[in-house]
Design a protein around this ligand. Structure first.
Ligand SMILES: Cc1ncc(COP(=O)(O)O)c(C=O)c1O
Length: 491
């Protein structure tokens, strides 16, 4: 390695990162510089050459990469369930990149292996679990898949050696508001769509436990095998909490693996008024939790934990001689690779450990409460606006709403009224969203669920949002609607 070249490049990149962060935080740059794909192909030179590129040219490229990418550090980035990254993680992410290590054995990552063990033990202690295994996975979807996979192995240990055809069907239960990763996982697991039963939700989008129990009884009557219940805390779009205590009772009654998709979990436990909603998670067989959602941890940082040690050690184990040695200097239980499907794995634990070290729970809790205050403020603003209508009164951070044109608007508008204009409303939200993107002024997302037409979903979690940014959301949408209205009328 050419040390003076590296030093120079590092210094210049540091300056670039610093000025990028300054620009974002002092409003010198927009949250996005959106271009259509063809425009972007023309604007950015993707060409790769056989010859080396000079540091100056590389820096120019980096500047342009920063310019054309979404500034999710920006206070008006409301689009995702995560936001930006705290400076501590930016620094640590760089340091772990320098080490460029993997986590498969103790000898390759001694300190990080123990760091994982420490964090997992702390979480297990919080749940009063006597036994536990934790894993760091590339996201919540993978964690849900591991939950399913371990549960299937727990039910049928022959899975490693025999084919499931012509055997009884294994049945999964999940709510109609749960994340799609449950359904996607079954594709990978050679299960079929009729292995999954979708349980309806009530008017606040929580799974009906009565329907869950009825579905389980009917599975048993059909001579199939109930093997997995997925409960969600909180759901992706409308932020519902499935009733964990009731569901845990049912899981226990019928001996079914209970997995809790609690990718937001930690946050609620730190929230004074909401933590009771998580009562029952300690009775889960496994759960998913994502510090990269809302905890300012750079993607990805995602934990899966189960209380079933033996199952977790066996379910993916092959004891391949490539990595497996019983005669090492240390206890081979410290080698984690055999529990995972992947081999190489990023060091994500440092980000989490450092978060606690640098900020402490108190500061994180304050941040959560501020985010909830912002959501409450935005809700109030929407409620007060003539043309905006909440999909549901949020008890959470997801604020979901429609823009309602005056022609449809009336007092006490209900979902039934909206459904009468479903096609128009569906298009309207999508069009307004497109116009928002084109202004580069803020980022939100839109979605639809059940029979409801497209609506906006905003998540005000940035730690440098001000009330002015939230006022702006309402004003901006109201302003853009006129433009969209003309476009739709001229079609
Ligand atoms: C409830 C829930 N579960 C799982 C996931 C998937 O997480 P990831 O994007 O990390 O795979 C999401 C993503 O938004 C989610 O909201």
């Amino acid at each position: 390695m050419d040390l003076s070249y590296s030093k120079d490049l590092l210094n210049k990149t540091n300056q670039l990162i610093q000025s990028y962060l300054e620009d974002v935080h002092t409003w010198q740059r927009k949250v996005t510089h959106y271009y259509q794909p063809q425009e972007l192909k023309d604007l950015f030179d993707f060409t790769l050459w056989a010859d080396q590129t000079s540091p100056e040219a590389l820096l120019k490229d980096m500047e342009r990469i920063a310019y054309f990418s979404v500034a999710n550090q920006h206070p008006r980035f409301f689009s995702a369930l995560w936001w930006g990254a705290d400076i501590h993680w930016i620094v640590w992410e760089r340091l772990t990149s320098v080490m460029s290590t993997t986590m498969y054995t103790y000898e390759i990552a001694p300190l990080f292996t123990l760091m994982e063990e420490y964090i997992f033990t702390k979480i297990a202690w919080l749940l009063d679990w006597n036994t536990h295994v934790g894993m760091m996975l590339p996201g919540g979807s993978h964690s849900n898949m591991y939950g399913l996979q371990l549960a299937r192995y727990a039910k049928n240990k022959e899975i490693h050696s025999s084919w499931l055809y012509n055997k009884k069907r294994l049945i999964i239960y999940t709510s109609d508001q749960s994340h799609y990763s449950i359904s996607k996982s079954i594709i990978l697991m050679w299960l079929w769509s009729d292995n999954i039963i979708t349980i309806p939700t009530n008017d606040v989008w929580e799974m009906y436990s009565k329907n869950l129990e009825e579905a389980i009884i009917s599975t048993i009557q059909d001579w199939d095998i109930p093997f997995f219940i997925n409960a969600t805390s909180w759901t992706t779009v409308l932020w519902a909490y499935d009733p964990l205590k009731e569901i845990a009772d049912i899981a226990q009654r019928y001996q079914i693996w209970l997995h809790v998709d609690a990718v937001w979990w930690w946050w609620v436990l730190l929230h004074k008024k909401l933590k009771h909603k998580m009562k029952g998670i300690e009775r889960a067989d496994s759960f998913a939790r994502n510090p990269h959602k809302m905890m300012w941890t750079p993607l990805q940082c995602s934990i899966f934990m189960t209380t079933h040690e033996k199952i977790a050690h066996e379910a993916n184990s092959l004891q391949s001689p490539y990595l497996f040695n019983e005669d090492k200097l240390y206890d081979s239980m410290y080698d984690t690779w055999d529990r995972y499907i992947q081999c190489g794995r990023k060091v994500d634990i440092v980000k989490l450990w450092l978060q606690r070290k640098a900020l402490g729970d108190k500061k994180i809790a304050r941040h959560i409460e501020t985010a909830f205050d912002h959501a409450a403020y935005l809700t109030k603003r929407i409620d007060a606006s003539e043309n905006l209508l909440l999909v549901q009164d949020p008890d959470c951070l997801n604020v979901c709403f429609w823009y309602i044109p005056s022609s449809i608007h009336k007092k006490h508008l209900t979902h039934q009224d909206i459904l009468k204009h479903k096609t128009y409303m569906h298009k309207l939200t999508a069009h307004i969203h497109g116009e928002i993107l084109k202004t580069w002024e803020m980022m939100t997302m839109y979605t639809h669920t059940k029979s409801l037409p497209n609506f906006f979903r905003m998540v005000p979690i940035s730690n440098n949002i001000t009330k002015k940014d939230l006022d702006f959301v309402v004003e901006h949408i109201e302003k853009l609607w006129h433009k969209v209205h003309n476009q739709l009328n001229n079609k």
